[in-house]
Each structure stands twice: as structure tokens, then as C-alpha cells.
Design a protein around this ligand. Structure first.
Ligand code: SF4
Length: 246
């Protein structure tokens, strides 16, 4: 029988625990495919987040060092400085990176640490039940903003890639999405490019990935993919925000 599916070597043979339609499963696979194709699996060290992807070590077959919530870029910095020949990347959600870990991420980027952040933006705190995140959209209903986010009470959505772009230490920042086949292909290319920037020592690299969370958005899979296209990208436009020559 013709084989129609093959698992990347860097992805373990384990069923994902993620909800149906969740973007984490796609992103894990893309990272594994890039690691396979670049032959970087043996050199890679991942710092997973606190959040739905906290047990990413069950799926992505690379060395992993867990960090306390929000501290992943600080841990990644230490790992990279101690082991400069390794490929070091953190995998963080929007609460982890853009709220609890703001200081760590900002200063790692400003110092030009040669690490890569895979930033999964699904506009809510996923694991803890869908509370408002810094990235939640204006008007978005969450468990802690049941009538919708307002500027008066909650401020504006944080565009973290745009925050990091002016810093001299950041070298590659791209925002992508995993809601359509075409966008998934672009996401894979962006991850590969971010890793390349790290290996060329050009500075801090980050790929922000708009990712569906059907469970907390109270949508089905199709609706959540459409919501990214119709609503989310208006606040978070896709594309390269910064790329220095490397
Ligand atoms: S809660 Fe959301 S982010 Fe977490 S696994 Fe489910 S769909 Fe994914």
C-alpha cells in the first residue's frame, strides 16, 4: 500500500494531547520537519513553556530544559552562552512571552542573544481556561473579559514583534499563521530562516505564529481558522517585520 504519511524523525511517535484543531500540533510537526531537513536535531535544545505546550518534550525529540513561567528566554540565553555551538530555541505562548516573560524576552532581544523564540500567539491563556492575554483583541470575549476587552479597562493588544523590531539586537522577526496550507508552508520557511539567523550569529530571532485555539475561542476548527484570517490578522498583520543581512 502506498505510504501517504511519514513522521519526521524529530517528532516522537506519541499521540498529541492537544485539542482538535489546535495549532500546537502543526507547529510541533513543522519544527520537527525543519530539524530533520537541516540535520539539526542532535544540536537542538528547546526550552518549552508553561502552558498547553508544557510537555512538548513528549513530542519533539530534542534535548529540553524546562523554565519557570516566563523565564524561557533567560534560560535559553544561559544555554546558548554555555553551549554556543548548539541550536537553542524557546517555545512560548503569548501569556508566557508577552506578559510574564516580557522583561526576559525584551532584554534578550536587546542584547542580541543568538537564540530563537517560537512565539505561539492564540490571543488567550490556553491551559488555564481562556483568560484574557496581553494579545487578546479589543472586544474579544474571554473568561476574564466576558463582555469583551476594552481599552479603558484592559489597554490595547500587545504587538510584541513590533516592540522588538526597533531593538538593535533583533535580527529576524516574522509573523506567520497556521490556519491555511499556504500559511503553514510559510511558517515552516520562517522557522528555518530563524534558525539560520541563529547559526549565522546575526542576533535574536523570533517567529510569531498566529495559532487557533478552538476550545477557548468557543469555535469549531473551521471557524477558528477563518477568525485568524478575518479578524486576527487585522490586528497582527502577517509578514517579515525585520530581517538583517546574515
Ligand atoms: S486549550 Fe487551546 S491552545 Fe490549549 S490545547 Fe486546547 S486548543 Fe490548543
Amino acid at each position: 500500500m502506498k505510504k501517504i504519511y511519514s513522521r519526521p524523525a524529530a517528532l516522537k511517535d506519541a499521540p498529541f494531547h492537544y485539542c482538535p484543531g489546535c495549532g500546537h500540533s502543526i507547529i510541533h510537526r513543522l519544527i520537527a520537519e525543519v530539524l530533520d531537513e537541516t540535520k539539526l536535531q542532535e544540536k537542538a535544545i528547546c526550552v518549552p513553556p508553561a502552558g498547553c505546550a508544557v510537555i512538548a518534550y513528549k513530542y519533539i525529540d530534542v534535548d529540553m530544559v524546562e523554565a519557570p513561567h516566563g523565564r524561557a528566554t533567560a534560560v535559553a540565553t544561559g544555554l546558548k552562552r554555555a553551549r554556543p555551538k548548539n541550536l537553542v530555541f524557546s517555545y512560548q505562548g503569548d501569556g508566557d512571552l508577552a506578559a510574564i516573560g516580557t522583561a526576559e524576552a525584551f532584554h534578550a532581544a536587546n542584547r542580541g542573544e543568538c537564540i530563537t523564540v517560537i512565539f505561539v500567539n492564540n490571543a488567550v491563556y490556553g491551559m488555564t481556561g481562556g483568560q484574557m492575554a496581553p494579545t487578546s483583541l479589543l472586544g474579544q470575549k474571554t473568561t476574564t473579559s466576558p463582555t469583551g476587552r476594552t481599552t479603558l479597562r484592559d489597554g490595547y493588544p500587545v504587538k510584541f514583534s513590533e516592540v522588538l523590531a526597533p531593538l538593535q539586537g533583533s535580527s529576524y522577526l516574522e509573523r506567520v499563521a497556521v490556519n491555511t496550507p499556504a500559511n503553514i508552508r510559510k511558517t515552516k520557511k520562517a522557522i528555518a530562516k530563524a534558525f539560520k539567523h541563529q547559526l549565522k550569529k546575526s542576533g535574536f530571532s523570533m517567529v510569531e505564529i498566529l495559532s487557533p485555539c478552538p476550545t477557548n475561542w468557543r469555535m469549531n476548527t473551521v471557524e477558528s481558522c477563518r477568525w485568524i484570517d478575518q479578524v486576527m490578522v487585522k490586528e497582527y498583520p502577517l509578514g517579515v517585520l525585520k530581517e538583517v543581512k546574515c
